[in-house]
Design a protein around this ligand. Structure first.
Ligand SMILES: NC(=O)c1ccc[n+]([C@@H]2O[C@H](COP(=O)([O-])OP(=O)(O)OC[C@H]3O[C@@H](n4cnc5c(N)ncnc54)[C@H](O)[C@@H]3O)[C@@H](O)[C@H]2O)c1
Length: 435
């Protein structure tokens, strides 16, 4: 049997030893799905604390309850290590390491490079490697392939390489790793076939595409689509504000059109590890091809103005009550970048906090999912009690609209509220100022 046939058999019989490199928001749920399907999964991460927690069966990712993880760990279906020599015994590897931007907004490929350098040390014939980290089109064949390919080890024959974009939406109760269709594209047709076969064992729907570049571009189209539509609707919000029109009512009414319209909502700015970052991977790459990604730059600019707009709203609302922002107590409700999750990466609430402080306000925050935050000056801030602060603050700003919040009590107690999410849609009160 050749390597392709051997791997096909191991995958189909669940005998393949599966590896996941990077055990974060993407990697841990994926490892759990593979283990649930009956594979033996080895997770590899550079963070000892995550490895230790996983080996105790304790989940550190909100979407994965410990009650799901623990039995898989106890039964030996999932183990974790910081030692890359585990790759020697693996048949497949999914790479799920971070892909942030550098300060210059250029892609930071250092995590992918460092993971691949370690994998390459223990890489062996017959392996299937799948990159899942969001990245620019061309990464898999221009960067990863040369790190793995060597003399007498040919892709599509002796080993197999794919890209498969991760689409997980943390906090989404309806769509999770197992029921989100999985796009996969390989360097060669044999790579695609094996990648699709592998995911088909644990995930409901697999969508094979012709190449790694197509698969890479799919993710960037999806996230750029969101970023640009949010930029458009944020600009609408700025226009409506100037003209005294309720943008939320406009969107709700437009959304009654049964075709040709999809509602997006304005807000305090983009957050999270994907939407504010991924499109810049594309614009960086297209710049090299001599094409300027003008929609992306424009939407990036408009979305980046939203935290400033929220602060301006707070300032104007206070002025209308004969108060100045300097010296006032402003309470931020919600620090996570979106509702019902604990992730503060790129959260606009952090920008709003800093802008308010820079303008001399005294700022507190509350968030049931985020007990403490690290500030940009290196210090930290503990969450306060939302209801106590609603009474104490000169103005409450709703930045994240978590579901489990007693908004009626906030409206009742607060002196003034700036609502950047339309969380108070059903309340009509003179003290509520909407975006
Ligand atoms: N979080 C999401 O909602 C989401 C959704 C879709 C795609 N993505 C993409 O998936 C990738 C991973 O994102 P995430 O949110 O899971 O990140 P994360 O920070 O939660 O997890 C990444 C993990 O990789 C580990 N790591 C870093 N360098 C490593 C190395 N060299 N070797 C082994 N482990 C290493 C980190 O310790 C961390 O545990 C990114 O490219 C991201 O853009 C994320």
């Amino acid at each position: 049997m050749n390597y392709e046939e051997q791997l096909r058999e191991k995958i189909a019989s669940r005998a393949a030893r599966v590896g996941v490199v990077g055990l974060g928001y993407v990697g841990l749920p994926l490892a759990v799905e593979f283990a649930k399907a009956g594979f033996h999964v080895t997770g590899i991460d550079v963070q000892q604390s995550k490895v230790d927690q996983l080996n105790l069966g304790q989940s550190y990712i909100q979407d994965i309850p410990t009650s799901v993880l623990e039995p898989l760990v106890k039964s030996g279906k999932i183990t974790a290590t910081t030692d890359f020599s585990a790759v020697k015994d693996l048949d497949t590897i999914d790479i799920c390491v971070p892909t942030p931007l550098r300060k210059t907004k250029d892609p930071d490929m250092s995590y992918i490079v460092s993971a691949c350098e370690e994998i390459a040390k223990y890489f062996h014939p017959g392996m299937l490697v799948i990159l899942e980290s969001t990245t620019y089109p061309g990464t898999t064949d221009e960067l990863v392939l040369p790190m793995l390919e060597r003399e007498a080890l040919n892709v599509g024959k002796d080993f197999f390489l794919c890209f498969s974009p991760e689409r997980v939406d943390p906090g989404n109760p309806k769509y999770q790793t197992s029921n989100i269709p999985k796009v996969v594209g390989g360097i060669t047709p044999a790579c695609t076939t094996l990648g699709a076969l592998f995911y088909g064992q644990s995930l409901e729907t697999v969508v094979p595409v012709a190449s790694t570049k197509v698969a890479e571009m799919v993710k960037l189209l999806e996230n750029t689509f969101r970023m640009i539509n949010i930029g458009l609707v944020n600009e609408m919000a700025l226009m409506c504000d100037r003209m005294g029109i309720n943008v939320w009512e406009v969107i709700d009414a437009a959304a009654t059109k049964p075709f040709g319209f999809m509602p997006f909502y304005p807000g305090p700015g983009l957050g999270g590890h994907c939407i504010p970052i991924d499109p810049f991977y594309l614009s960086w790459k297209t710049k090299q091809a001599g094409i300027e990604a003008r929609f992306i730059e424009l939407a990036g600019y408009i979305n980046g103005q939203m935290p400033h707009f929220v602060v301006e709203k707070v300032q104007n609302a206070l002025n209308d009550h004969s108060k100045a922002l300097r010296g006032s107590h402003i309470h931020i409700m919600g620090m996570a970048y979106k509702k019902d999750i604990d992730d503060v990466r790129e959260s606009p609430a952090l920008d709003i906090l800093l802008l308010l402080q820079q303008r001399g306000a005294r700022v507190t925050y509350s968030d049931p999912f985020v007990p403490c935050i690290r500030l940009m000056d290196g210090g930290s801030m503990q969450a306060s009690d939302a209801q106590e602060m609603a009474v104490a603050a000169d103005c409450v700003v709703i930045v994240t609209d978590h579901s489990n919040t007693d908004y009626a009590a906030v409206v009742d107690r607060a002196k003034l509220i700036v609502d950047s999410r339309n969380a108070l849609k059903k309340y009509s009160s003179e003290k509520v100022v909407r975006l």
